[in-house]
Design a protein around this ligand. Structure first.
Ligand code: ZN
Ligand code: ZN
Length: 139
């Protein structure tokens, strides 16, 4: 399997580069999807009518062709995440594709030692089978 790497951030709704532990790392990206209604336009954040700038914080996506609107979470759940990783446990380098539907996972906060839940992409290393997590950036 060879994943298609994005040419520019404009093609993605999500792109992240992470270090995983001491020796692991991961790059994850999600391409924008085609409009589920007209199948022609590309779904993107709406633009401000006055300035023409993309409203990055908008809670919905709009089709560039037909104007079909979808709620941000519902739209992102339909997309596929592409992941290129080096396993932090066994050093294996591999690729993985999965639904972008993020699940809440329990994490141990290294600073407070307390458990907290976070949105993350969770998958298993193809070689050693251990769970690898790519969390949504924490604030
Ligand atoms: Zn459309
Ligand atoms: Zn592994």
């Amino acid at each position: 399997m060879a994943l298609k790497f994005p040419n520019s951030m404009d093609e993605c709704v999500y792109f992240t580069r992470r270090k995983l532990g001491e020796k692991g790392s991961a790059v994850a990206w999600v391409f924008r999807g085609k409009c589920p209604k007209c199948k022609k336009g590309v779904m993107g954040k709406p633009k401000d009518e006055k300035t023409g700038k993309v409203k990055i914080r908008a809670k919905e996506y709009v089709c560039s062709e037909c104007g079909y609107t979808m709620e941000k979470g519902a739209y992102e759940d339909t997309l596929t995440a592409n992941i290129q990783y080096t396993c932090p446990y066994c050093g294996y380098s591999g690729e993985h594709q999965m639904s972008f539907k993020r699940k809440k996972v329990q994490l141990l906060d290294p600073e407070t030692g307390k458990k907290k839940s976070a949105d993350a992409l969770k998958f298993q290393c193809k070689k050693c089978g251990k769970d690898i997590l790519i969390t949504k950036k924490m604030k």
